[in-house]
Design a protein around this ligand. Structure first.
Ligand code: BES
Ligand code: ZN
Ligand code: ZN
Length: 497
C-alpha cells in the first residue's frame, strides 16, 4: 500500500502531491526542480503572500506542467522549530485532505533541509499519513468517505533503512485499524462475546495464544469483580488473556490490562442519556491493548507480553449488581459497592491481580477510560499517568515525548487511599466525596497490583475524538487508538531493547 520513492517531484504521478514548506525558507531553495517545472508558481504564491508557511496553514493548487493535477502546500512553521509531531501532523493533513477529496493516490514529499535523522523524519510523516488513513463509517453507497489506496513518500535521495521503516509503520497502522474498529463498533455489534470472537480472528494467524475464561472458570478463580459487573447483562462477561512469547526462554513477562466495558450504562446507578451517549467507547482500553499485542507479535518484539482484557457490559436489570453489595475479589480483598457506575476499577482490579500473581511481570501497564474526573483535569490533550514507580514514570514520559501520545503524571498518595475506606469491607469502590475522582480510582487499582511496578493510563479524555478533541489530523473521527505507540515505545525503553 505504501511506497518509498527517490524521484523528481515533478515526475511523480499521483492525484495530489503534498509539499511541506517552512515559514522562513523560500520554496525555490528547497524544491528548485519542482518550482522550475511549475514555471515559478511556488515562488509566486509565496511572494504574493497567500501562503506563508505558518504551522497549520495549507493551500490547494491546480498546477500544470507536472505529473500530478493537484499540489497541497502545507505549512510547518519555522524550520528550526520542526519536530517529529509536526511531521506527523503534516502527513496527517495530506491524507485528511485527500480523503475529503476522495482521491485514490497521494504522493507525500518528504521535507528537505531539516536537521533530523531522515529515517525518523520518514517514520513520523508516514505515521501521520497512515494513521489518518482510516474511516469508520456505516454509511451506504457514495456517502461513505473513502480511504486513500496508494501512498507514496518521495525523497530526493535514497533513504537507507527507509523501506523497512515503512513496513514497520504499516504494521503499527494496521494495529490502530484493528483497535479502532473494535472501539468504534456499536454495543449492538460488539458485546463481550463478539469481542472475544474478533480477538480470536485477529490472532488466528499470529504466534499469540488466546485463552478465554468464561463464567464458570471466573467463579472458580474467584474473579467476582468481573462477574458482579457482568451480572446485569444478558451476555455473560469473560476474561481474555493474550500471550505472546517473543523473549528468550525464562525471560520475564510484561503485562498489559485494558478496560473492556462494551457498554457502560452505569448499571443500576444509571447514567444520564447525555453521559451515556459515547459509552460504546468504554471498551477502548481493551481494544487498544489488542492493538499493542498485535503490533508486538507482527514486529517480532523480543519480549514476553501478556495482556488481560476483562470484557463486560454494565447494564441495569433485575440481575444487576447493587449498591451495598460486598464483592470478594481475585486477590481476596473485599470491596463494598458504593456506586455501580464505578465498574471499570472492579474489572480492572481482578485482571491486574491475576497478571501480578500468575505472571509476576516486570511491569504492568493498564489502559482504561476510567473516570470522568480525568477529563475535567486534563481535557482531551493527554492521558493521566498514575504510577507507583519513578522509573516507570520516567520511561513513560520519554515514550510520550517520542510518540506524541502525551501523558501527565498525576499524584498517587496515601490520602486517596484513605478516601476509600469502608465500614464493612476492606475498601469501597468510590470515595466518600467526589474529590480527586481520578486519583481515588487509581488508588483503588493500586490495591491489586501487589507491589508490581505499574503504570495506569486513564485515557477517558483521549480515547475518542469529541467536540474539543483530541484535535490531530491523524486522529479521524471516532476511536483514536491512543496509547498503542506510546505503550510499544514504553516497553522498548523499559525493557532496554
Ligand atoms: N466509563 C466511565 C468513565 C468515563 C466518563 C469515561 C466519561 C469516558 C468519559 C466510568 O465507568 C464511570 O462511570 N466513572 C464514574 C465514577 C464515579 C461513579 C465515581 C465517573 O467518572 O463519573
Ligand atoms: Zn461507569
Ligand atoms: Zn466505565
Amino acid at each position: 500500500m505504501a511506497k518509498l520513492l527517490a524521484a523528481r517531484l515533478s515526475k511523480v504521478s499521483s492525484d495530489m502531491l503534498a509539499l511541506p514548506l517552512f515559514k522562513d525558507t523560500q520554496p525555490s531553495k528547497l524544491f528548485k526542480e519542482l518550482d522550475e517545472a511549475l514555471g515559478g508558481l511556488l515562488t509566486r504564491v509565496v511572494s504574493v503572500g497567500d501562503f506563508k508557511g505558518e504551522e497549520g496553514e495549507s493551500l490547494l493548487l491546480y498546477p500544470s506542467g507536472i505529473a500530478s493535477p493537484r499540489i497541497l502546500l502545507v505549512g510547518l512553521g519555522r524550520k528550526d522549530d520542526v519536530d517529529l509531531e509536526k511531521l506527523r501532523v503534516f502527513g496527517g493533513v495530506a491524507v485528511q485532505r485527500a480523503k475529503e477529496l476522495k482521491l485514490r493516490k497521494v504522493a507525500v514529499a518528504l521535507p528537505r533541509g531539516l536537521d533530523i535523522d531522515p529515517v525518523d523524519q520518514l517514520r513520523a510523516v508516514a505515521e501521520g499519513a497512515m494513521l489518518a488513513n482510516y474511516v469508520y463509517s456505516e454509511k451506504s453507497g457514495d456517502m461513505k468517505e473513502r480511504e486513500v489506496e496508494e501512498l507514496v513518500f518521495v525523497s530526493t535521495a535514497l533513504t537507507p533503512g527507509g523501506d523497512e521503516t515503512l513496513r514497520e509503520v504499516e504494521v503499527v497502522a494496521q494495529a490502530y485499524r484493528i483497535a479502532r474498529d473494535l472501539a468504534n463498533a456499536p454495543a449492538s455489534k460488539m458485546n463481550p462475546a463478539r469481542f472475544e470472537e474478533e480477538v480470536r480472528k485477529v490472532f488466528s494467524q499470529l504466534p499469540v495464544d488466546v485463552k478465554v475464561f468464561h463464567r464458570e472458570e471466573l467463579e472458580k478463580m474467584g474473579m467476582y469483580g468481573i462477574i458482579s459487573v457482568g451480572k446485569g447483562s444478558a451476555v455473560p462477561p469473560r476474561l481474555v488473556v493474550l500471550e505472546y512469547r517473543g523473549g528468550e526462554e525464562g525471560s520475564p513477562w510484561y503485562g498489559i490490562v485494558g478496560k473492556g466495558v462494551c457498554f457502560d450504562a452505569g448499571g443500576l446507578g444509571i447514567k444520564t442519556a447525555e453521559s451515556m451517549r459515547n459509552m460504546k467507547f468504554d471498551k477502548s482500553g481493551a481494544a487498544y491493548a489488542v492493538g499493542i499485542v498485535y503490533a508486538a507479535a507482527r514486529l517480532g518484539l523480543k519480549m514476553n507480553l501478556v495482556a488481560a482484557l476483562p470484557l463486560v457490559e454494565n447494564l441495569p436489570s433485575g440481575s444487576a449488581y447493587k449498591p451495598g453489595d460486598v464483592i470478594r475479589m481475585f486477590n481476596g480483598k473485599t470491596v463494598e459497592v458504593g456506586h455501580t457506575d464505578a465498574e471499570g476499577r472492579l474489572i480492572m482490579a481482578d485482571a491486574l491481580a491475576y497478571l501480578a500473581q500468575e505472571y509476576r511481570p516486570r511491569v504492568l501497564v493498564d489502559l482504561a477510560t476510567l473516570t470522568g474526573a480525568i477529563v475535567v483535569a486534563l481535557g482531551s490533550v493527554m492521558a493521566g499517568l498514575y504510577t507507583n514507580s519513578d522509573d516507570v514514570a520516567k520511561a513513560m514520559e520519554k515514550a510520550a515525548k517520542k510518540t506524541g501520545e502525551r501523558v501527565w503524571r498525576m499524584p498517587l498518595v496515601k490520602e486517596y487511599h484513605d478516601l476509600i475506606k469502608s465500614d464493612v469491607a476492606d475498601i469501597r469502590n468510590v470515595g466518600v466525596v467526589r474529590s480527586a475522582g481520578a486519583g481515588v480510582a487509581a488508588a483503588f487499582l493500586e490495591n491489586f497490583v501487589e507491589g508490581t511496578p505499574w503504570a495506569h493510563l486513564d485515557i477517558a479524555g483521549v480515547a475518542w475524538v469529541k467536540e474539543d478533541g483530541p484535535k490531530k489530523p491523524y486522529y479521524p473521527k471516532g476511536a483514536t487508538g491512543f496509547g498503542i505507540r506510546l505503550v510499544l515505545e514504553f516497553l522498548k525503553i523499559y525493557s532496554g531493547s
